[in-house]
Design a protein around this ligand. Structure first.
Ligand code: ZN
Length: 204
């Protein structure tokens, strides 16, 4: 087996963790994994009851997302499967991936958030449907906030009392997650949390 990121054989870099079997499900080598900076930043705002971002959006993260999303390398979903399994391991919470627009999905052939959850073997419910083709970079902040029809929920929400956890690859402005949380709360959900793989941090 080789590292999914650098192609070097995984057994060439033995560590105590490998020896003890702790990291037997690792799909990238320790050298590549070390390039990701774990931050575990947790914030909250008026709509999102908590947002837990796992890693800094650094150079390694940029390269990873580029290869994963745009080169359509679905195998890369395996790299973060162990950590996502740990963080989202609560069967009482309902995991809801942030969807991509159907047109984007057609272009990219797979939804990267669904792929992350499937690799981690986390059950999820695709409750949200994207309604607006959003090109965030071309809109001002007030325009982005005014776009209330970003998501709609076609099905019934069966368990309003449950905690819902939105999952996305990256937290940037938070607009996407806030719109998704609002859509759920309008349907009677009390608590909406979020987990994102990456979040930009201020450069030192
Ligand atoms: Zn590697």
């Amino acid at each position: 087996m080789t590292c999914l990121l650098c192609d070097k054989p995984l057994h060439d870099q033995p560590t105590w963790q490998h020896f003890l079997g702790i990291r037997k499900d690792a799909s990238a080598c320790p050298i590549c994994l070390e390039r990701f900076e774990r931050i575990d930043e947790i914030i909250q705002d008026d709509v999102l009851d908590s947002v837990h971002s796992l890693y800094a959006y650094n150079e390694a993260a940029r390269e990873y997302l580029h290869q994963f999303k745009f080169m359509q390398d679905v195998a890369l979903a395996q790299i973060f499967a162990p950590i996502l399994r740990t963080v989202l391991n609560d069967s009482k919470k309902i995991v809801v991936p942030i969807p991509m627009h159907p047109l984007n999905k057609k272009k990219r052939t797979f939804s990267q958030v669904d792929a992350l959850l499937e690799a981690a073997k986390i059950p999820y419910q695709s409750l949200l449907e994207k309604t607006t083709e959003s090109v965030m970079g071309e809109k001002s902040r007030s325009e982005r906030l005014a776009m209330t029809e970003l998501f709609h929920i076609p099905a019934d929400i069966p368990y309003n009392e449950a905690v819902y956890v939105l999952v996305d690859d990256i937290y940037t402005t938070g607009t996407t997650l806030r719109h998704a949380a609002e859509a759920l709360k309008q349907r009677g959900v009390h608590r909406v949390e979020a987990v994102t793989l990456f979040r930009p941090i201020r450069e030192k």
